[in-house]
Write a protein that binds this ligand. Structure first.
Ligand code: FAD
Length: 434
């Protein structure tokens, strides 16, 4: 009988192994801990939460809440563990991390279809394989992955700028223009007066940053400087860098602003925008405060905060199909943070789909691509169709789903989100027996 090799028993690999095993498929699950640790894990348990014990919002007004509900519908092991091990946390789903990881470890170790190998895999094996080795994939396996993907398609750190919900940008204040009008106008520009820049600058140099972990310090040497670090070098650094106004005269006045923040469209639907050159390590609350000082962004919602951390991930837009299969090898699946989804829940969600699809491959059935109306489907769609040149990992958010066709233009955000949630949960019902 055909078996599946799952590499990594983290959030994604554990979920993938469960989806396979419960469908009667034999799984070889490779986990290197505790023989070999990562710089962030401390235990020998599967699905160890390396940092926060929160799986974020549980309510359906929130995209990650909807994603969790979809996963419950598809019998997710990670969600079953989280619901069992939950601790009071207001609107969030937080867990007792030991109980959570213990539940998952026990279910998999005791499953008759799962054979656990406590071993580091250094090469991608033959056969049907799911690679779910996470942001801290071991160096030897990373080298093999690099050989498979090619030098330019595997990354070792994530230096991302914040991404905004396009609907929350004040279009009366920003203008569409490319620098020197070269090519098609592709950027939204937020113009600043000198006074506005001064306030922005003063607040920025005082803003609090997240300290880098010891193993993350190398990131700074890779030549990708956060904008708050640029600001520390002097007031002019930003004006000659990402906030340079030359060639960006405001078409309404013909005048050159003192400074400009450029927003680049981040998805083909034009519902998401990122701040060009604003990779940052500021604390999340500070990012919101500072960004809202930019004209046009006073009410902007950040759907994905800027981060700078160690992160092994592949260029999924070039390498993956929405089934989580490699484009050049049908029997090779990727799952988890590796694929450019971001977060515990998102990682587990991609493992769920990769597991279901590997099972389908063995059963000789057609593989599934869930509709974009679901959060599961929209995440797979995003990572496989985003702009490969600027690809950065992504959280679940409502900017990824198709807009409502019949909605009035000025619909309240909460109402819009509620309709996205209802639509997603109705759609996933059709797939509950996958
Ligand atoms: P992991 O959960 O890391 O699982 C990968 C597994 O593969 C590990 O158990 C590892 O030991 C194993 N492995 C690696 N290489 C090999 C090999 N060659 N052979 C065999 N096994 C191998 N997300 C959040 O939502 N909230 C947070 O607070 C948060 N904090 C984070 C903090 C840090 C320091 C990092 C690095 C990431 C954080 N993330 C957080 C992001 C991400 O959601 C988590 O890293 C998540 O665990 C990713 O799931 P995964 O399954 O892809 O990887």
């Amino acid at each position: 009988r055909q078996r599946v090799t799952v590499i990594g028993a983290g959030l994604a690999g554990s979920e993938a192994a469960w989806q396979l095993a419960k469908r009667g498929i034999q799984v070889d699950l490779y986990e290197m801990r505790p023989v070999r640790q990562t710089p962030a894990h401390h235990t020998d348990q599967f699905a160890e939460l390396v940092c926060s014990n929160s799986l974020r919002a549980n309510g359906l007004q929130n995209a990650v809440g909807v994603l969790k509900e979809e996963m419950r519908t598809l019998d997710s092991l990670i969600l079953k563990a989280a619901d069992t091990a939950s601790v009071p946390a207001g609107g969030a789903l937080a867990v007792d991390r030991h109980e959570f990881a213990g539940f998952i470890t026990e279910k998999l170790k005791n499953h008759e279809n799962v054979t656990v190998h406590t071993e580091e895999l250094k090469e991608i094996p033959e056969g049907i394989v799911i690679v779910a080795t996470g942001p801290l994939t071991s160096p030897d396996l990373s080298a093999s992955l690099k050989a498979f993907t090619g030098e330019d398609y595997l990354y070792f750190y994530d230096a991302a700028a914040p991404i905004l919900d396009g609907d929350t940008i004040d279009r009366d204040k920003v203008y569409l223009k490319s620098r020197y009008d070269k090519g098609e106008a592709a950027y939204l520009n937020c113009p600043m007066t000198e006074e506005e820049f001064d306030v922005f600058y003063e607040e920025l140099v005082k803003a609090e940053v997240v300290p880098l972990k010891e193993f993350e310090k190398e990131i700074y040497f890779e030549g990708c400087m956060p904008f708050e670090v640029m600001a520390q070098r002097g007031k002019k650094t930003l004006l000659f860098g990402p906030m340079k106004p030359v060639g960006l005269e405001d078409p309404k006045t013909g005048k050159r602003p003192y400074a400009v923040v450029q927003l680049r469209q981040d998805n083909s639907a034009g519902t998401l925008y990122n701040l060009v050159g604003f990779q940052t390590h500021l604390k999340w609350g500070e990012q919101k405060r500072i960004i809202r000082l930019i004209p046009g962004l006073e009410n902007a919602d950040i759907v994905r905060y800027g981060v700078m951390h160690r992160n092994t991930f592949i260029n999924s837009p070039s390498l993956l199909k929405p089934t989580y299969q490699a484009r050049t090898r049908d029997t090779l699946f990727f799952a988890g943070q590796m694929t450019g989804v971001e977060g515990y829940v998102e990682s587990a969600a991609s493992g769920l789909l990769a597991g279901i699809n590997a099972a389908k491959m063995i059963a000789g059935e057609e593989l599934v691509v869930l509709p974009r109306e679901t959060m599961l489907g929209s995440m797979a769609h995003y990572i496989t169709t985003a702009d490969g040149k600027h690809f950065q990992p992504m959280n679940a958010n409502f900017g990824l789903v198709p807009t409502l066709e019949d909605a009035p233009k000025k619909m309240k955000k909460q109402e819009r989100y509620e309709r996205y949630a209802n639509r997603a949960l109705e759609t996933i019902q059709q797939f509950k027996d996958l």
